[in-house]
Write a protein that binds this ligand. Sequence first.
Ligand code: NAD
Ligand code: IPM
Ligand code: MG
Length: 367
Amino acid sequence: MPNPSILILPGDGIGPEVMTEVRKIISWFGDKRGLQFDVSEDLVGGAAYDKHGKPLADETMAKAQEADAVLLGAVGGPAYDDLDFSVKPERGLLRLRKEMDLYSNLRPAQCFDALADFSSLKKDIVAGLDIMIVRELTSGVYFGEPRGIFEEGNERVGINTQRYTESEIERAARSAFELAMRRGKKVCSMEKANVMESGILWREVVTRVSADYPEVELSHMYADNGAMQLVRAPKQFDVILTDNLFGDILSDCAAMLTGSLGMLPSASLGAPMENGRPKALYEPVHGSAPDIAGQGKANPIACILSFAMALRYSFDQGSEADRLEAAVEKVLADGVRTADLLGEDGVEPVSTSQMGDAVLAALDASL
Ligand SMILES: NC(=O)c1ccc[n+]([C@@H]2O[C@H](COP(=O)([O-])OP(=O)(O)OC[C@H]3O[C@@H](n4cnc5c(N)ncnc54)[C@H](O)[C@@H]3O)[C@@H](O)[C@H]2O)c1
Ligand SMILES: CC(C)[C@H](C(=O)O)[C@@H](O)C(=O)O
Ligand SMILES: [Mg+2]
């Protein structure tokens, strides 16, 4: 049996910085746990644009389709802000998601005890928080037609279209219910059925799918109320199911409950491949963080925890994923902090690579 393959796409800004730490962790699992992976690396986003004139080369797309898992850092940055929309770095990521058909984006927001004091919210509101946002990732307003900037009379009009088919809603809903069965058995579906037809259909289809999961309690919430509830009383949620755009926004919001955007990992999953593994891409929820790029300040934990999700969802290594998550938890409990996890209390932050090394030391201690 060949080793499972991982394609690493570090991308732009802090992407390569946090990915360097993940590469150390991958090597650790090879050396110490006998989990060997065939790791290759390629370009995405602005880095790919600089070389190929487009944010994702066709050969890279083909490699991603073949890989057992893709790990991505982040794309984008001010150097590329004025590019034509068709070649913007973000389009490289959207192409990966669309062509790999990664319809189910899992964005877990967990508040580690050591960070409960640091969250934007009061400690008792976030302590023990463990929610899962399931964001539909291949449709909705990100991809609907018509789209573009058109002339209309004597002015221009920018158009994007929110469009969902029943089958697109159904498969995202099923993945949320399946997850809920293994968690707290609650799904809260968020849309705006009060003002959008796509929301009305969303609500109908999710309700229909829920009949196949009688053990799971389904509730519906308008997404604006959902955003408010997420910061008012986030522990009322178990699995939140929502569309592509609402999911993007709600997950950044959830990130801050955990202490920092630098903490939130994600898994984007599609249908099973021939070998039974789902098509999968793992990436932190954060972006390329141009304000801190190149300074060794980035928190690599979101990217490290994304690899933990790869161990769990692509490689059937749930207990090794637990080991890695426990190592991160220990490091935080020991008080190790990158700058994003610090207040004004004078504690010295560690660098990106020191944080990676601390996780490696905690992994060693776990043996
Ligand atoms: N998946 C992705 O690749 C992705 C996601 C979001 C944004 N982006 C792109 O990234 C670029 C910058 O976007 P933005 O500034 O709105 O969002 P961002 O997520 O890059 O940064 C937002 C804020 O969070 C901080 N931050 C983010 N990740 C951090 C980390 N790991 N450690 C410490 N601090 C961290 C940043 O310093 C910044 O202050 C844009 O081009 C955007 O399109 C890409
Ligand atoms: C970079 C961008 C395409 C992306 C999105 O909007 O989905 C990002 O914000 C995310 O959260 O993954
Ligand atoms: Mg986002």
